[in-house]
Design a protein around this ligand. Structure first.
Ligand code: SAT
Ligand code: MN
Length: 582
């Protein structure tokens, strides 16, 4: 297989010239191709087979111990003008970046097969979808791309029809962190990533294309590419509302996207559209609609069990790839909080020894096709996407942020999103548990200056009078002893119900300086063991703490200098004034 598209053929030739592979393989995305690659990786030790009886077609991959998470400090946005990348990104001049990274690509694929992977982000027949081609020397990347995206012949046909595509060049290189770089060239619609085989560093359709490059394109074209799950919530009357929710990596997006209603809500249904990325467009009527550009999940494994997320627990029992989990003595995958089995080996393949730390790496992952998910919505394939009723921002905050609140209007909602802060997680290399600003959960993923991004968000206000309502959630509030105040997981449906009732104008709320808070009793707590005092703590605000927070947000916004939209600063000042008056 090759291509009729000259620009693609020419790029493939140039890359082959630079990287000198032993062979070139054009991926067709077929099951047979997947099986062949699996066989080859089983033979060379890249994968090992898991217990075939209980985990049919499941495989384990152990990364280099130096290569287990995204590397934000080695990730660059290379625009001709540094200010276009903004203080939120590492920047390098495009010419210098190409020179540095090309030097590492020189001869990098010697003795290896170079895979050409055409993919489509979004349903093949959707006008909102965008295509790309990833060239990679990693068969592990190919099989992951097969599970995560619409990859192969149909994508190539669309690319050949359209003539343009995002170019993503990837090599695992020598896996040395000093020779690792994830470079984005939004003006050229291209990506060059070398030195990592892991997740968002290597599966270029995901964070690199569908967020960093797409966010840049989205601004030019008038839409939004966001780090959001998309979930449908069907009430007992059969009406479904769709919500798009931005949470930082490893803060429960997958669990929320495939939430299992608790027994108290047995007549409610949840439909998963996506667990990580949403592309949002206004339709002709001014309704915001969402598609999920992905078609699979790369989810955090530890903590998944039949109580926390039975759908996910069951969905990864077949046709799944595990990365960096431990194993039991009968070769089943094992992770902390799995609640069944015992670890015999850890994620580095060593005999399990508690003194070496957890058996599964905290950022260990599963890869599965979305079709494995029992709550997968058939509308995830709809070319026009689903109508969004509410946009929800959130983070992981021990203190301060209430369980839920609603912004006063769109502009204030943009401030709520811009002010999001969250404790860091194992999804990125670096310290875990430090609070940092993570606007719209896009800090690692916005492909351009946040100041321009907020201006773009604000501009939607002039384009529609039917915009979704904007909310903020925090499932992670703790008491002084470090115990979570809210049970989370399936019980989060109770908060989603309040959000929907607010969207429908069916429930009143308490107006405060930071937004609308639930009135006592309006979040249904029947059959929940939670005291009135706890609910009170979860749904009230501390004025002094919030004044401090709003000051910190003001300072953060000021760090964007002249490009910061004045309207956003005005929203922040309004909240400060109202807090002072309260
Ligand atoms: O970027 S990854 O795909 O490695 C996972 C994440 O951070 O959400
Ligand atoms: Mn993510």
């Amino acid at each position: 297989m090759t291509t009729t598209l000259d620009s693609l053929q020419q790029w493939v030739n140039e890359v082959a010239e630079l990287t000198d592979p032993a062979a070139i393989h054009w991926c067709d995305g077929s099951d047979a191709e997947y099986q062949d690659l699996v066989k080859q990786m089983l033979a060379d030790g890249t994968l090992s087979a898991l217990n075939d009886e209980n985990y049919p077609n499941c495989y384990l991959h152990l990364s280099d111990p130096n290569d287990v998470a995204r590397v934000e400090h080695l990730t660059f946005v290379c625009t001709s003008d540094e200010d276009d990348a903004g203080p939120n990104n590492n920047w390098m001049a495009p010419a210098e970046a190409h020179e540095k990274v090309d030097a590492l690509f020189e001869g990098a694929m010697q003795g290896r097969t170079m895979y050409v992977i055409p993919y489509c982000m979004g349903p093949i027949d959707s006008p909102f979808s965008r295509c790309g081609v990833e060239i990679s020397d990693s068969p592990y990347v190919v099989v992951n791309m097969k599970l995560m995206t619409r990859m192969g012949t149909a994508a190539l046909a669309r690319i050949e029809g359209e003539g343009d595509f995002v170019k993503g060049l990837h090599s695992t290189g020598d896996l040395s962190p000093d020779r690792r770089m994830i470079m984005h060239f939004p003006e050229e619609l291209s990506i060059k990533s070398i030195g990592s085989g892991y997740g968002g560093n290597a599966l270029l359709g995901k964070k690199c294309h569908a967020l960093r490059i797409a966010s840049y394109q989205a601004r030019q074209e008038g839409w939004l590419a966001e780090h959001m799950l998309i979930v449908g919530i069907e009430n007992p009357e059969g009406e479904t509302h769709y919500i798009a929710c931005a949470l930082p990596s490893a803060c429960g997006k997958t669990n929320l996207a495939m939430l299992i209603p608790p027994d108290s809500h047995a007549d409610w249904k949840i439909w998963t559209l996506g667990d990580d990325i949403a592309w949002l467009h206004l339709d002709d009527e001014g309704q915001l609609r969402a598609i999920n550009p992905e078609s699979g999940y790369f989810g955090v494994v530890p903590g998944t069990n039949s109580k926390t997320n039975k759908n996910a627990f069951d969905m990864i029992k077949h046709d799944a790839i595990y990365t960096n989990v431990g194993r039991t003595s009968n070769n089943e995958p094992w992770w902390e909080d799995k609640k069944v089995g015992e670890p015999a080996f850890d994620w580095q393949g060593r005999d399990y020894d508690a003194s070496n730390g957890p058996a599964a790496h905290p950022n260990s992952r599963f890869t599965v096709a979305a079709s494995n998910n029992p709550s997968y919505s058939s509308l995830a394939e709809a070319p026009e996407g689903v109508p969004i009723s509410a946009i929800v921002f959130g983070g992981r905050r021990k203190e301060l942020a209430p369980l839920v609140y609603q912004s006063k209007d769109w502009k204030h909602g943009v401030l709520v999103g811009a002010g999001v802060a969250s404790e860091t997680t194992a999804a990125n290399v670096g310290e875990v548990g430090v609070v940092r600003r993570d606007p719209m959960a896009m800090k690692p993923f916005c492909g351009y200056n946040f100041a321009d991004y907020w201006a773009h968000w604000l501009s939607f206000d002039e384009r529609s009078d039917k915009l979704p309502k904007i909310f903020h959630i925090n499932w992670f509030r703790q008491d002084k002893e470090g115990k979570f105040l809210w049970p989370g997981f399936g019980e989060n449906l109770r908060v989603l119900r309040w959000i929907i009732e607010r969207c429908e104008g069916r429930v009143d709320a308490i107006e405060t300086a930071i937004g609308y808070l639930p009135k006592s009793g309006d979040i249904d707590t029947t059959q929940l063991d939670i005291s009135d005092e706890t609910m009170q703590a979860l749904t009230s605000i501390d004025k002094a703490q919030w004044l401090e927070e709003m000051d910190a947000i003001g300072e953060y916004l000021d760090s964007y200098g002249d490009r910061l939209p004045a309207a956003l600063k005005a929203e922040q000042q309004k909240v400060v004034d109202q807090l002072n008056q309260a």
